[in-house]
Design a protein around this ligand. Structure first.
Ligand code: ADP
Ligand code: MG
Length: 939
């Protein structure tokens, strides 16, 4: 739990942080807003202040300029009045002198008196004096420069090139008096470029004009100094004053003081002349504008000469005075206001922040209190959950939802309870399914053993426990210790292989010692984690395959038997084929030999020779008959027989066959069931078996023939090789002869297998017996022990049907024909010829045909009656039966007789002709033929 945080603490901390953050944001927004508003207002105030102060400054300047203008106009008027009054005074003086002396004095004297009177008069600090000029231009009085008197000044020009005297003469000649402005010399001053305004009046008695003038600059200076003193005292606003400089930079009124003497502005403020020059330049430029203009700059204040403050001033230039008049306002006054406003704002914000802090602290307090409460409640609910979950692993106890305070938690608790219930259900289902799997596990009849990777046993089923009962309990022990009694794993161990390969591994190993389980098959399947692929163990299936092994062995045996049977079958076919052809040849040999012998004298040498031929041919016929019997191609006429009777009839003959040294015991079985068989075949079988038994006995011995009823059920047959289930009649021939080795015993039924000398054994005896037994759906077994003896047992199926009658007595007389017509059909030309000869010899009319087609043809053409059809069974175009069927419509009432060397599959019952009555087996003798033909015709 280290490094993990408490949920409620987490919420609390983040909640507080959130609150603080939110408050800070609000405050920040408020502050930013206030300052923005403040700046806006400050700008507005500043602007308004500047605007209004600019107006004030402008108004002040304009008032001053107006005043200056007014003052100036006033002073000119005054000056003109003054000089006019002076001229009138002078005129009065002159005129008075003239009046008083006109009569007494000469003109020249009077003139002198007047001039003397006027000459010394000075006014206006000495700058005012009188002058008098004759109308012809000669100067008579020039009080300032007397040297000029007496000179004609008509052509004298002032600084502006005006003919001053001429102009004056003009005025007085026209108007008698008048003002005139011009530039002139000045007393006490060098040069003639002083603006002067004069008043002149004609003094008629002498054609003079008398005048006096005043220098404008003097007047103006006078006015100026008055004006400037006045202006220097003007104050407006808080720090407002008027300043005046000349265009040339002379300071006249500066910072509300009149500057005495001539001083440049930058000389007045000499601590930073460069700055002052720059300010003056701004002033000058503004003054050049006709309506004046504002300039911005920094300048010291009257109240605080040490520090310069921002200032805006209105400047107006008075051109004729060459004055720059200005008035300004200090902008820092508004700044001071703004600063005070700002400090108020700051104060307000400080207050707000402190309020905010208080509120936040309060909220945090409340918040903490709330969380403490919440934590207590949640913890109480949580502790219920914790106890529940701690217990949940072991028990299915449910939570008490009623004691949980919060609805949400209660819902969770209900879900948890549902989960518990569900889990309980699942656990039960799991248990059930486990039980289900265990019962499957236990019901499996193979041993199952689950192994850990170290080959220790994890789990085994009941079969394993049963097999390895002495090592119980198996779990936990190593598999090799329990199952193989070894201290090391087996080599190779399929479980180890499986662990290694991850694939199914199998093995077949010998089973438990001292047990029925002789062979086991092991299947090892890896227990693989599908996700990781890791192998966590092995499931080993141990299957008892003892029975299967045995069955396999049996199967192999049966297989070999089957192969043997097939071998016999194919040999049989071969032998049968050969025998059939031999038979046909033998029929011809025998037939013609007999026919020839019929023609000969029985006592002659030729007859004797031929009878030897006949004997040999008959022997050969025996051999082929045996072969056919083996090949089951022997044509037989089975019927219901009592085997005891048949054997009993043969005993005499058999005793003869085996000789006197050998004892023959006959043990007939009681209530022996009948069998269906051709009795001649029983003869063949018994004769052969007895001959073999005789041959096996050297000297004295014993042969036992016995019969018995035997019933075999499937279980018995399963255990007994070669037996088939059912009810059988057993015929056994036993001897105590030399017996047989197994290799011999395995081959005795093969044709031509013999252990006897060439002239003694043919190897066909047992083969024939085998064929006969098989042909009658029986089976044969031979038991033999070398040096002990042999028993051959034949089992013939019990016959349950109705028996066919035994044939009647055989007549020996030769039965000849009575002129009947016989249709003879045979595909073998030699046999056809022989048979035709025989039948003709017997007195029958013979229609011989080599094919069924030809036979049909002949029958169709033949006018008379055909009494009998004698036909071979197997022919290329169609078989004998088919031919008979086809002939029937042509020859109604036609009787049929069949001949055959053997019967093939085309005949309904394999190898068995059901109608033995109308059948003759090839080869046949003339006697046999005569008998059979007569029998069929007489039927
Ligand atoms: P063959 O008698 O002409 O030899 P078989 O077919 O009758 O031919 O018998 C085959 C062989 O089986 C005999 O050569 C003999 O070795 C053996 N055999 C048959 N029957 C017996 C018997 N009863 N005892 C010992 N061997 C026998
Ligand atoms: Mg034999």
């Amino acid at each position: 739990m280290k490094g993990k945080i408490n949920f409620i603490k987490f919420i609390q901390v983040w909640g507080i942080l959130f609150l603080v953050g939110l408050g800070l944001s609000i405050i920040a927004v408020d502050i930013i807003d206030s300052y923005r508003d403040f700046n806006f207002r400050a700008d507005k105030i500043r602007k308004d202040f500047i605007d209004s102060n600019k107006q004030i400054a402008k108004r002040e300047v304009e008032r001053v300029v107006d005043h200056i203008r007014y003052k100036r106009t006033q002073s000119e008027l005054l000056t003109r009045k003054k000089i006019k009054a002076r001229v009138y005074e002078a005129y009065a003086i002159a005129h008075n002198i003239y009046q008083q002396n006109r009569t007494v004095e000469s003109k020249e004297r009077i003139q002198q008196l007047i001039l003397d009177a006027l000459r010394p008069i000075r006014y206006e600090n000495g700058s005012g004096y009188y002058f008098a000029t004759r109308l012809d231009g000669v100067e008579v009085l020039f009080a300032d420069i007397p040297e000029m008197e007496g000179k004609n000044l008509l052509n004298m020009r002032d600084a502006n090139g005006r003919y001053v005297i001429k102009d004056m003469i003009k005025i007085v000649k026209q108007s008698g008096e008048g003002f005139y402005e011009y530039h002139w010399t000045k007393p006490g001053a060098v040069g003639n470029n002083f603006k002067k305004i004069s008043f002149i009046k004609r003094f008629e008695p002498f054609d003079w004009f008398i005048g006096t003038g005043l220098y404008v600059d003097d007047v103006e200076r006078h006015i100026e100094s008055e004006l400037l003193s006045d202006i220097s005292r003007i104050r407006f606003g808080k720090e407002g004053y008027i300043f005046i400089n000349r265009f040339n930079g002379d300071a006249l009124v500066t910072n509300g003081n009149r500057i005495s003497g001539t001083k440049k502005l930058w000389e007045v403020f000499n601590n930073n002349p460069q700055n002052m020059k720059a300010i003056f330049k701004k002033e000058y430029n503004a003054a050049l504008k006709p309506a004046g203009g504002y300039i911005y700059y920094s300048h010291i204040k009257l109240t605080n000469p040490d520090q310069s403050s921002p200032k805006v001033s209105f400047i107006y230039g008075i051109q004729d005075l060459q004055w720059i008049v200005g008035a300004g306002v200090y902008l820092d006054e508004v700044e001071r206001d703004i600063i005070s406003m700002q400090s108020q704002l700051n104060q307000r914000i400080r207050t707000e922040i402190s309020h905010f802090v208080l509120i936040v602290v309060g909220i945090i307090g409340l918040f903490s209190l709330f969380f403490k409460l919440l934590a207590r409640k949640v913890n109480s609910d949580m502790s219920q959950f914790i106890t529940f979950f701690e217990r949940a692993a072991a028990s299915d106890e449910e939570m008490d939802t009623e004691s949980i305070k919060f609805i949400e938690f209660r819902q969770i608790a209900e879900s948890a309870n549902k989960m518990t219930a569900k889990r309980k259900e699942t656990a039960e289902a799991l248990k059930e399914s486990e039980q289900f799997l265990i019962s499957i596990f236990e019901s499996i009849q193979d041993g199952i053993s689950v192994l850990n990777p170290d080959l220790s046993i994890r789990l085994v089923n009941g079969v394993m426990k049963k097999w390895y009962a002495e090592n119980l309990p198996l779990e936990g022990k190593k598999c090799f210790e329990c199952y193989h009694n070894t201290s090391e794993p087996c080599d190779p161990c399929p479980a180890l292989r499986c662990l290694e390969s991850g694939e199914m591994e199998m093995d077949v190993v010998p089973g438990l010692s001292d047990s029925d389980v002789q062979w086991v098959e092991l299947f090892c399947y890896p227990i693989k984690n599908t996700a990781t692929g890791r192998i966590s163990g092995v499931v080993e299936f141990v299957r008892d395959i003892t029975q299967r092994k045995q069955m396999e062995e049996e199967q192999a045996k049966i297989q070999s038997q089957l192969q043997q049977a097939q071998k016999m079958e194919s040999i049989g076919q071969l032998a049968g084929g050969v025998a059939h052809d031999y038979n046909n040849a033998l029929s011809v040999i025998i037939g013609f030999t007999e026919l020839t012998m019929d023609e000969l004298d029985p006592n002659g040498l030729l007859y004797e020779n031929l009878s030897e031929v006949l004997k040999a041919a008959n022997r050969a016929k025996d051999v082929t008959r045996q072969l056919l019997a083996f090949a089951r191609r022997q044509t037989i006429s089975p019927r219901k027989i009592d085997l005891n009777a048949t054997v009993g009839n043969m005993l005499k003959m058999l005793r003869r066959l085996i000789g006197e040294d050998i004892d023959l015991t006959w043990l007939p079985g009681e209530d022996l069931w009948p069998v269906k068989m051709d009795p001649s075949q029983v003869d063949q079988v018994l004769a052969n078996l007895c001959v073999n038994a005789r041959d096996a006995i050297e000297g004295v011995g014993k042969i036992t023939i016995e019969t018995a009823n035997e019933v075999f059920d499937a279980a018995y047959c399963a255990d007994h090789e070669g037996f088939t289930p059912g009810e059988f009649v057993m015929l056994a021939v036993s001897d105590n002869g030399c017996g047989m080795q197994k290799e011999v015993l395995d081959k005795i039924f093969e044709p031509f297998f013999t252990t006897k000398d060439v002239d003694k054994g043919t190897g066909l005896g047992m083969a024939m017996v085998y064929g006969i037994v098989k042909q009658n759906n029986g089976f044969i077994n031979a038991y033999s022990e070398p040096e002990v003896g042999t028993t051959v047992k034949i089992y013939l199926p019990r016959f349950k049907g109705k028996a066919a009658d035994a044939p009647g007595k055989v007549t020996t007389e030769i039965l000849i024909g009575r002129g009947e017509t016989i249709l003879l059909v045979e595909d073998d030309p030699a046999t056809l010829k022989l048979t035709r000869t025989m039948l003709s010899g017997l007195g029958y009319t013979v229609l011989a045909a080599a094919t069924p087609g030809e036979a049909l043809n002949l029958a169709g053409k033949h006018a008379g009656e055909i009494n009998l059809l004698v036909t071979d069974v197997i022919m290329p175009e169609m078989n004998g039966r088919e031919l008979a069927r086809r002939l029937r419509p042509i020859c109604p009432g036609l009787k049929c007789m069949f001949m055959s060397g053997y019967t093939a599959n085309v005949i309904a019952h394999h190898g068995v002709l059901d109608d033995t009555f109308r059948f003759i087996q090839k080869p046949f003798s003339k006697e046999d033929l005569a008998k059979t033909v007569r029998r069929v015709l007489d039927e």
